[in-house]
Design a protein around this ligand. Structure first.
Ligand SMILES: Nc1ncnc2c1ncn2[C@@H]1O[C@H](COP(=O)(O)OP(=O)(O)O)[C@@H](O)[C@H]1O
Ligand SMILES: Nc1ccn([C@@H]2O[C@H](COP(=O)(O)O)[C@@H](O)[C@H]2O)c(=O)n1
Length: 204
């Protein structure tokens, strides 16, 4: 089986997960989703409030492991992916089995920054959403789902998230095959991607 590898990149809270879920809902068990975030190095010895961690720098991820595991999935082998907690900044002591599928979606802010990762994707999508909208979404999400306070989201955003976005994430946009404006629920763009996936499934 030759899997179609789709990379979904874009700034924090741009709508990457939302798009990946829409594709999963459309194609169910034909789709496997991986997040680059699963491959964050363990930083449980720090607290976000310590102001010492930069989660938005390319060196924060074990990208070589993601590349290795994607190559395995692509040739039909199951993998044991890392499990990560945003609440404790921890790579947990367990792994999760991921089975190969005809469509493999990877999402993450920096996917197109790394040459060796970028070249694995058959389709590169960048979800482009204005920074003010992303910041508002991030504040709500991080407080609700990632155990953060408004003050911690604000200082992390100004200290690392925004500068790293400008330095690494935004420039990687031009590596994409498709740039989706107003990310998340852009129906026309989503329909085009669904059509591309249907074409692939017809060929295998
Ligand atoms: N088009 C949209 N309109 C309103 N809220 C959205 C939209 N797309 C995403 N969201 C919300 O914004 C937050 C971040 O979206 P998400 O898809 O998780 O972004 P990402 O994976 O890029 O960080 C989530 O709470 C999600 O429900
Ligand atoms: N322990 C962590 C790990 C990551 N982050 C932030 O997550 C963002 C990436 O995830 P998205 O779903 O928003 O794409 C990234 O901007 C990191 O700052 C974190 O806060 N804590």
């Amino acid at each position: 089986m030759s899997s179609l590898l789709i990379g979904i990149a874009g700034g924090t809270a741009s709508g990457k997960t939302t798009l990946a879920k829409i594709l999963k809902d459309s194609f169910q068990d034909k789709v496997t989703i991986l997040k680059h975030d699963y491959y964050y190095y363990d930083r449980s010895h720090f607290k976000v409030a310590d102001h010492k961690i930069n989660f938005d720098h390319p060196d924060s991820f074990e990208t070589d492991l993601l590349i290795k595991q994607l190559k395995e999935l692509k040739i039909g082998k199951a993998i044991e992916r890392p499990v990560y907690s945003y609440k404790t900044n921890e790579r947990l002591d367990k792994t999760k089995k991921v089975k190969p599928a005809p469509i493999i979606i990877v999402e993450g802010i920096l996917l197109f920054h790394y040459e060796k990762l970028k070249e694995l994707f058959d389709l590169k999508i960048y979800v482009d959403t204005d920074a003010d909208i992303r910041l508002l979404r991030r504040i709500s999400r991080d407080i609700k789902e990632r155990d953060r306070t408004f003050e911690s989201v604000k200082s992390q955003y100004l200290r690392t998230v925004k500068p790293m976005h400008q330095k690494y994430v935004e420039p990687s946009k031009y590596q994409a095959d498709i740039i989706i404006p107003h990310g998340g629920l852009n129906e026309i763009a989503n329909d085009l991607i669904i059509k591309k996936i249907k074409d692939h499934l017809r060929q295998i």
